[in-house]
Structures are given as structure tokens and as C-alpha cells.
Design a protein around this ligand. Structure first.
Ligand code: AMP
Length: 299
């Protein structure tokens, strides 16, 4: 595996791979890799001949009061994980390489960045779309892999690629959970034992909402109130939002029909946690995507 810290070396390696007739797949991450990230690498490995993982804690997607300085970092562990998973190139640039001077250009996706996480993190998605555009431009992948754990991010990046005619396929991969249901996240390391126990209310509440929807409930306000009531019973969890939206446009729904995303965000101690379930609803027929547990992936 090659580890590159410069844009020039990364470009040269990816050009070389394409010259050898290989397709390039990119998995953008902020590092501290866990089984959720590694499932994206596996998906890339299955399809693309040359797999690039980027590890970059992108400062522009953090707000001024957020956890940039304390964000978990473990480049040695990430290097080992990438080697084990058959990654071809690990791109881990320092901040000065990606932003040698204050950025004057940003990529902004309108509309679907305004609700959900965009409401409490108003500058977040511009940071994400700008850095993803830079990474796509540096690596030039055929495919870029994103997790459905960050469902709004996936929808935003997908929209950006369509709107800007970017020559890349944005591939969405299943949300990976711990065995007890907690959505895997690099930020879970912030949780104390007690907070980790409390955080389970998010996946459990979503699971009961899925039961209610599968049972025939189609009123978004009712689904929301079931979730809010369950989560608010847990005092260590401060709810940011519960939203029932269209899975592609992120527009709020009144009735559940078509591609539906039920998403929650909450603060638990120092950790901001996200979780969601998506549904395909066609009249009485419902398919729920609750994600997968990481031990099921290892089989
Ligand atoms: P991050 O390092 O948190 O920026 O995440 C990098 C990529 O990994 C994003 O596309 C995330 O959606 C994805 N990811 C993070 N956690 C999970 C998870 N539990 N399941 C699936 N994908 C994930």
C-alpha cells in the first residue's frame, strides 16, 4: 500500500492505475476507521481495481464551537486497517496541503442542506461538498463510496454530482451498527459507559418507529411524536431533531409514501450522534432498511 500526503503523488498514482486499465474507487473518511468505514472499503474492493481511502479531518466542515481539536485521530491504526483491507493508496494530507491559503471557493448545494443537520450546523455541508469536490478532483475516481449512516450527506453529494455533471458514480452503502444496535461512529469513543447505554435509545426508538410504519402508520406527525416521546424519556440524550423526509430531496413529508427517511440527531455527552432508517413505501407495501450489524458483515 502506498501512503501519500501530497496531492501531486496521489494524482500520479491514480493516473498510473488508470494507465494500467484499472478503475479507481474512492472512500473519503475523517479516519479513526471502524467497521462502518471498512464496509465501504470492502464495497470498493469488490468493484474497483484501485482503491483509494482518504483520511482527512476537514476543518471547514466543523463549526467554531464544534469538536475539531478533539476529533479522534489514529493514523497508525488507520494505516493497519487499510493494509489489512487491501487498500492500494491511503491519502492522508496535512491541512496545509488541502488548504494552503484561506479558501475563497466553496461548493454550495441549495435546498437539501437547509434542514436536518444543516439547521444546527449551517456551514457544515459547504465544508463537506467543497472538500469532496477537491478529493474527487485529486483522485478522479469512477466511483465514490458513502455510508447511509450520514443519509443527508449522501443525498447532498449525490445531488452535487448530478448538478455539476461530475464523472463519478456516488455509491450509497448500508449503515453499519454495533451488535446492540448503536450506529457505528468515530465519535462513539467520546461516550462514557453510562452515555453509551443511554445512546441506545436512538436505535431502539427508530426500530419501534419502523414497527409502527410497517404496521400501516402513514402520518408523519404521528411517527415523529412516537420517536420524540421515546427519546425524551432518556435524560442523558439531548435531542436535536427527529425528521420524516423524502429520501432524495430531504423535504419534510406529511404522509409517508415513496422513498422515506426517518432521521434523528442528538447530543449525548460530548458526542453528536446520528441515526436513521429508510423506507420504500408503495401503498400498503413497506421495505425498511435498518442497516446491518458489523458481525453479520464478517461472515
Ligand atoms: P466519517 O469518517 O465519519 O466522515 O465517515 C466517512 C464515511 O464513512 C462516510 O461516508 C460515512 O457515512 C461512512 N460511515 C461512517 N460511519 C458509518 C456507519 N456506521 N455505517 C456506514 N457508513 C459509515
Amino acid at each position: 500500500m502506498i501512503t501519500a500526503t501530497t496531492i501531486a503523488e496521489t494524482r500520479a498514482c491514480c493516473d498510473g492505475a488508470r494507465g494500467r486499465g484499472l478503475t479507481v474507487g474512492l472512500v473519503p473518511t475523517m479516519g479513526c476507521l471502524h467497521a462502518g468505514h471498512r464496509s465501504l472499503v470492502r464495497a470498493a474492493r469488490e468493484t474497483d481495481g484501485f482503491v483509494v481511502v482518504s483520511v482527512f479531518v476537514n476543518p471547514t466542515q466543523f463549526g467554531p464551537t464544534e469538536d475539531l481539536a478533539g476529533y479522534p485521530r489514529d493514523l497508525d491504526g488507520d494505516t493497519r486497517a487499510c493494509e489489512e483491507d487491501g487498500v492500494d493508496l491511503l491519502f492522508a494530507p496535512p491541512v496545509e496541503e488541502m488548504y494552503p491559503e484561506p479558501g475563497r471557493t466553496t461548493v454550495h448545494v441549495g435546498g437539501l442542506t437547509e434542514g436536518l443537520c444543516g439547521r444546527s450546523r449551517p456551514t457544515h455541508f459547504d465544508g463537506v461538498t467543497t472538500v469532496v469536490t477537491k478529493l474527487l478532483s485529486i483522485v478522479g475516481p469512477c466511483r465514490a463510496y458513502f455510508g447511509r449512516k450520514d443519509a443527508q450527506q449522501l443525498a447532498v453529494v449525490h445531488r452535487m454530482a448530478v448538478d455539476l455533471d461530475l464523472p463519478v458514480e456516488v455509491v450509497g452503502c448500508p449503515l453499519v451498527r454495533e451488535r446492540d444496535g448503536l450506529a457505528m461512529s468515530s465519535r462513539n469513543v467520546y461516550l462514557s459507559t453510562e452515555e453509551r447505554r443511554a445512546a441506545l435509545v436512538l436505535s431502539r426508538a427508530l426500530q419501534s418507529a419502523a414497527g409502527v410504519i410497517t404496521g400501516g402508520e402513514r402520518d408523519a406527525a404521528t411517527v415523529r411524536s412516537v420517536l420524540v416521546a421515546a427519546i425524551e424519556r432518556e435524560p442523558l440524550v439531548q435531542l436535536d431533531y427527529v425528521e420524516v423526509v423524502d429520501g432524495a430531496t430531504m423535504a419534510r413529508l406529511e404522509r409517508l409514501e415513496g422513498d422515506v427517511l426517518v432521521a434523528v440527531a442528538a447530543q449525548v455527552g460530548r458526542a453528536r450522534l446520528l441515526d436513521n432508517v429508510s423506507f420504500t413505501i408503495d401503498g400498503p407495501s413497506v421495505t425498511a432498511d435498518l442497516g446491518v450489524t458489523h458481525d453479520s458483515l464478517e461472515q
